[in-house]
Design a protein around this ligand. Structure first.
Ligand code: MG
Length: 198
């Protein structure tokens, strides 16, 4: 018998969270789907680089989840650095690479100082999503993001939250109180598939 203390296995999330195929998967964009450029906005397809394996992972996850929605703050639009059309071109690029696996894209174009209702951590984009997809139960949803505002957004709505670190060396205080912390979306997907009942 093993007397070592081991932390709860992340592999149990499906039963612990009671996930079923009616659930919705919400994804942040920059830092979850594509590389976060940090010092500048991703304004064009040329600047957009998928995180490795993510297109395939999204296609696979879509076979389980009822819908996959992207919720993204894009204040580069509010700053006049890019247009809605530039953003739509990137969304189309994501759809092409994922065989149209994303059911909806929601974005906030406003400047942070505008104090709109849609900029995460405010919940406006989830409310828009619920109007467009009336079947959504926001408590049967998972939010995956790489920033504290993503986690705060999910928690306000009663979602399960997944924080991705992109393998950056973060201090404990830099890791928001998410339900699960993992390296990236492919690692989340592995944990998820491994926890599905046989
Ligand atoms: Mg992000």
């Amino acid at each position: 018998m093993n007397h070592y203390h081991t932390p709860p296995l992340p592999g149990l999330i499906v039963s612990r969270w009671q996930i079923n195929p009616q659930w919705t998967l919400f994804l942040d964009r920059d830092g979850v789907i594509n590389q976060n450029l940090k010092t500048q906005y991703v304004r064009s397809v040329e600047q957009f680089a998928f995180i490795e394996q993510v297109p395939d992972v999204i296609k696979q996850l879509r076979r389980y989840f009822c819908r996959i929605l992207v919720v993204t703050n894009q204040q580069g639009i509010g700053k006049g650095l890019m247009t809605d059309e530039d953003l739509y071109a990137i969304f189309r690029y994501i759809q092409t690479a994922t065989d149209d696996s994303i059911d909806g894209f929601f974005f906030c174009p406003h400047l942070a100082q505008v104090r709109c209702l849609c900029r995460k951590p405010n919940i406006g984009m989830a409310l828009q999503a619920r109007i467009q997809f009336p079947g959504i139960d926001l408590r049967q949803a998972i939010m995956v993001g790489d920033s504290a505002t993503d986690i705060a957004f999910g928690k306000k709505l009663g979602m399960k939250t997944v924080f991705v670190t992109n393998n950056e060396p973060l201090l404990p205080k830099q890791i928001p109180p998410a339900d699960l912390v993992c390296a990236n979306l492919p690692e989340f997907a592995t944990i998820f598939w491994n926890s599905l009942p046989a």
